[in-house]
Write a protein that binds this ligand. Structure first.
Ligand SMILES: [Ca+2]
Ligand SMILES: [Ca+2]
Length: 279
């Protein structure tokens, strides 16, 4: 009986190792650009369908489906010209993401009648350059063109992972510049993917990893400059609209912990067997 238990434990460990080693299939990319929202709608909807049904903005992980952020429900008091708290979408409206940046902060654009729209508060040329996918608010980072998105079990400080992430970009002028880089839960890169260009239009880039890869965080690069300057040739200011991602789930115990656990189990079983033989 005890030998059979030992055998089961070893089989379990090897099965887990094989599962980890074989989870290396290719990512699926959803990419489109257009002069208006209709130009990217079909690709955005295909990405949504691949991820599953939309979950409500509440704490806890549903285990399947997707979350979305369109920025449009952010209150005026936390929109331009005021900054958006980095943890708004894990605390105020729990959707399992917290932002970070080498820059100085984040902002969602203002609604008409409250303050200048589409980041005209930053530069009065911007509303003619940026359009929304979902009206009226857009999103940007300040002081840097890099936005890091970290995943948590919604409403908690428990680190989590997702399997897919996509974003809408406004006014991508330069190719191979605006990108999303994906990292696993150990911080190793899973690849960098570039958004297609659409001067004064909209671009969508979404990537789904469907072989068990765990995305611990993503790094979004928007254009080649922080917001602020008026665009000139070679200077590409890009802002963001909708984020769409698979439901964040808690990160399981690492394999090393499982191996240590299996080792402790084997020692316990051996001691029990010795005790049985000694008695
Ligand atoms: Ca929006
Ligand atoms: Ca631009």
């Amino acid at each position: 009986m005890l030998n059979r238990l030992n055998g089961l434990g070893v089989t379990l460990v090897f099965s887990m190792l094989f599962a980890v080693a074989s989870a290396t299939a290719g990512p699926v990319t959803f990419s489109a650009s257009g002069a208006n929202p209709a130009g990217i709608q079909a690709t955005v909807d295909a990405f949504r369908t691949a991820l599953g049904s939309l979950n409500p903005n509440v704490a806890g992980s549903f285990g399947a489906g997707r979350r979305e952020i369109n920025w449009d429900g952010v209150p005026d008091a936390l929109s331009a010209p005021n900054n958006l708290p980095a943890n708004f979408f894990n605390v105020n409206s729990p959707r399992g993401v917290v932002f970070n940046t080498p820059g100085t902060g984040f902002q969602t654009s203002a609604n008409a009648g409250v303050a200048p729209v589409r980041f005209d508060n930053i530069n009065a040329t911007y509303s003619a350059q940026f359009q929304t996918f979902s009206p009226q608010r857009l999103f940007t980072t300040f002081g840097s063109n890099i936005t890091d998105v970290n995943f948590f079990v919604p409403g908690s400080t428990t680190a989590s992972f997702t399997s897919a992430f996509g974003a809408v970009f406004a006014d991508v002028d330069l190719s191979s510049t605006t990108s999303i880089q994906f990292f696993d839960t150990l911080g190793l890169s899973l690849g960098t993917f570039f958004a297609p260009v659409a001067n004064n239009g909209l671009s969508f880039l979404g990537v789904q990893f469907n072989a068990g890869e765990r995305i611990g965080h993503v790094r979004i690069t928007s254009g080649n400059t922080p917001v602020g300057p008026t665009e000139t040739v070679g200077l590409d200011v890009v802002v963001m609209d909708d984020f769409i991602y698979s439901e964040p789930a808690a990160v399981p115990e690492p394999v090393t912990t499982l191996l240590v656990g299996a080792g402790l189990l084997a020692i316990t079983l051996a001691r029990r067997r010795k005790a049985t033989m000694d008695s």
